[in-house]
Design a protein around this ligand. Structure first.
Ligand SMILES: Cc1cc2nc3c(=O)[nH]c(=O)nc-3n(C[C@H](O)[C@H](O)[C@H](O)COP(=O)(O)OP(=O)(O)OC[C@H]3O[C@@H](n4cnc5c(N)ncnc54)[C@H](O)[C@@H]3O)c2cc1C
Length: 466
C-alpha cells in the first residue's frame, strides 16, 4: 500500500452508499454536479441489501409519500424481477418488499445511469476543516490515502462519522448507554406460504395484527385480509403463545419479534428479522465486532426454531445472511433544526418540508421490549431542510439515520423510504448551490421554494397526504 497522499476534487462528495447516500448521489449527479459516492464497503446499497422491506414509502392510509429517486430505483428493480410487492401488513404499515440480491444490481445500475462516480472499499479516515467549512476528507484504501476536496459534502454514513469528525454536535441513543439493538437479518428458502398462512389463520394469537387504531378494524378482520393477501409476511410476536413458551424454555433467545418478509417474486424465499443484541454503541468497533458470535448463534437458533415450530418452514433451508451486522441507532447529528417526536406522532405539516415520513415510531429495546406508536390518522409528517444541515458547518448536509431528530422522531425517520427522500433532498440542494458557481457555496443558502419546485418536478412528494 502506498504511503503517498493523492488528491481528487469533485463538486459534491457523498459519504455512505446506503438508502440515503445512493439517493443523494444520484440526485446530485442527475442535477449536473460532478459527484463522487464513497463507501467503506465493497458494494453499494447499505441496509437495502439485507432483505428487510423498504418502510416509509407509503403512509398507513396507503398513499405514496416518497417518489422521485425511489420510483426510478423500483422501476429498475421491477425490470430485473426483484420487486416483490407493496402491500399493507395488516399490523400498522405498508411495506415495499424487495429481492436483496437483485437490489445489488439495481442500485449499481441506477447510480451509473444518473452519472454518480463510485469509490468503494474506502473508509473516511480524517476530516479536514477550515473554520465553518469542511475542505476535504482523507479516505484510506488499498491505493493508500487520498485527500478528496469538494464544494459540498453529504454525510450519509448512517453513523454521522464525517459530521462528527468535522466537529458537529451529536446525541447518541438515549444519552445513557441505551441503544436500539444491532441485528443480523437472514434468509430461508423453500418456504410453503400456504402452510404458513394456514398456521396464521388457525393460531392468530401468535401474530401482531391491527395495531393501528386508525384502521378501525378488529383483529379478526385484519387476519382475514392478511390471509387473502397471500404473502408470507407475518409478524410473530414475543407475547404470543408460541414465542413466549419457547423463550421461557430457552428454546429461543429473548426477542420482541420474529418478522417474516418475502424477498423473492415466487414467494418461496423469506428474510427473517428477529436476532438482537441491545445497548451496544456500534461506533465502538470492538464492541460491535464482539456481538458477532452471539448474533450468529441467534441466527442458527432461529432458523432451527422456525423449521421445528413454524408450519411452512419444515422443508425450508437456510439461504444466507445480510452482508453485515445491521445497526439501528448510533449518532444523531444536531442540525439547524431537530425533528421532534410530537411532530412525527401528530403528522405535522410544514411549508418548508423537503421530505416526508410516515412510519410509526418504532424503538426496539432489549430482549422482548419494543415501543411502537402510530402516526396520527395514518398520515405523514414533513422533514424540513434544517434537520439535514449540521449546525455550524456551512457546506455539509446529512441524510439517513444520522439526521437531526430527537430519539422518538428518529424511531420513525430512520426507515429506508424516509432515508431515500432525505437523500434526494440534500443531493438536489447540493447540486443547486454548486450551479450558482459562487466560490464557497453554503448548503443552507439554497433557495427553498426553488428546491421544493425542483424536487417536485423530479417526482418527489412534498405536499398533501394529510
Ligand atoms: C435489523 C434492522 C432491521 C430494520 N428494519 C427495517 C425495515 O424493515 N424497514 C426499513 O425501512 N428500515 C429498517 N431498518 C432501518 C434502516 O435499515 C436504516 O435505518 C437505514 O437503512 C439507514 O440508511 P442509511 O442510508 O442512513 O445508512 P446505511 O444503510 O447503514 O448505509 C450507510 C453506508 O455508509 C457506509 N459508511 C459508514 N461509515 C463510513 C465511513 N466512515 N466511510 C465510508 N463509508 C461509510 C456504510 O458502509 C454503508 O454502506 C432496520 C435496521 C436494522 C438494523
Amino acid at each position: 500500500m502506498s504511503n503517498s497522499l493523492s488528491h481528487r476534487h469533485h463538486d459534491v462528495v457523498v459519504i455512505g452508499g446506503g438508502s440515503a447516500g445512493i439517493a443523494a448521489a444520484s440526485a446530485a449527479a442527475s442535477n449536473g454536479a460532478d459527484t463522487l459516492l464513497v463507501d467503506a464497503g465493497p458494494m453499494v446499497g447499505g441496509e437495502l441489501l439485507s432483505g428487510i422491506p423498504i418502510d416509509g414509502c407509503l403512509n398507513t392510509r396507503g398513499e405514496w409519500i416518497v417518489g422521485g429517486f425511489l420510483n426510478s430505483l423500483l422501476d429498475d428493480l421491477k425490470k430485473m424481477g426483484g420487486f416483490v410487492g407493496a402491500f399493507f401488513d395488516w399490523r400498522t404499515i405498508w411495506v415495499v418488499c424487495v429481492d436483496p440480491e437483485r437490489m445489488k444490481l439495481a442500485v449499481a445500475h441506477r447510480l451509473r445511469e444518473d452519472g454518480a462516480k463510485l469509490l468503494l472499499n474506502s473508509f473516511v479516515d480524517e476530516v479536514v476543516t477550515d473554520g465553518d467549512r469542511v475542505t476535504g476528507i482523507v479516505v484510506l484504501n488499498k491505493s493508500g490515502r487520498t485527500l478528496i476536496t469538494a464544494d459540498i459534502f453529504l454525510d450519509c454514513s448512517g453513523d454521522g462519522d464525517v459530521a462528527a469528525g468535522a466537529g458537529a454536535d451529536y446525541q447518541r441513543g438515549d444519552g445513557k448507554g441505551v441503544f436500539q439493538p444491532v441485528s443480523m437479518v437472514f434468509r430461508m428458502a423453500g418456504v410453503d406460504t400456504g402452510r404458513l398462512l394456514d398456521f396464521a389463520r388457525d393460531h392468530p394469537d401468535n401474530l401482531a395484527l391491527g395495531e393501528n387504531e386508525w384502521l378501525n378494524k378488529s383483529r379478526e378482520e385484519c387476519l382475514r385480509e392478511l390471509i387473502a393477501l397471500g404473502y408470507p409476511k407475518v409478524f410473530l410476536k414475543a407475547d404470543g403463545p408460541l414465542m413466549s413458551k419457547s423463550i421461557a424454555e430457552g428454546e429461543l433467545y429473548p426477542t420482541a419479534l420474529l418478522a417474516v418478509i418475502p424477498v423473492s417474486a415466487d414467494l418461496r424465499v423469506v428474510a427473517i428479522n428477529s436476532t438482537r443484541v441491545a445497548n451496544v454503541d456500534a461506533t465502538d468497533t470492538g464492541a460491535l465486532s464482539a456481538t458477532m458470535p452471539s448474533l450468529i448463534d441467534q441466527v442458527w437458533n432461529c432458523q432451527s426454531f422456525v423449521q421445528k415450530r413454524v408450519p411452512g418452514f419444515e422443508e425450508a433451508a437456510f439461504a444466507g445472511i445480510a452482508p453485515r451486522i445491521g445497526i439501528r441507532e448510533t449518532r444523531r447529528i444536531v442540525g439547524e433544526e431537530t425533528l421532534q417526536g410530537d411532530d412525527v406522532l401528530n403528522a405535522v405539516k410544514r411549508d418548508d418540508g423537503v421530505a416526508k415520513g410516515g412510519h410509526h415510531v418504532d424503538v426496539h429495546g432489549d430482549g422482548t421490549d419494543q415501543l411502537r406508536r402510530p402516526v396520527r390518522d395514518g398520515g405523514s409528517y414533513d422533514i424540513p431542510l434544517g434537520c439535514l444541515l449540521p449546525k455550524g458547518i456551512e457546506n455539509m448536509g446529512v441524510a439517513g439515520r444520522c439526521l437531526s431528530a430527537d430519539r422518538v422522531a428518529h424511531g420513525s425517520a430512520r426507515v429506508m423510504g424516509t432515508c431515500i427522500a432525505m437523500g434526494q433532498a440534500v443531493g438536489t440542494a447540493a447540486a443547486m448551490v454548486c450551479e450558482s458557481n459562487v466560490p464557497k457555496p453554503v448548503l443552507g443558502d439554497v433557495p427553498l421554494p426553488a428546491l421544493r419546485d425542483r424536487l417536485v418536478s423530479q417526482g418527489a412528494i412534498l405536499d398533501g397526504t394529510h
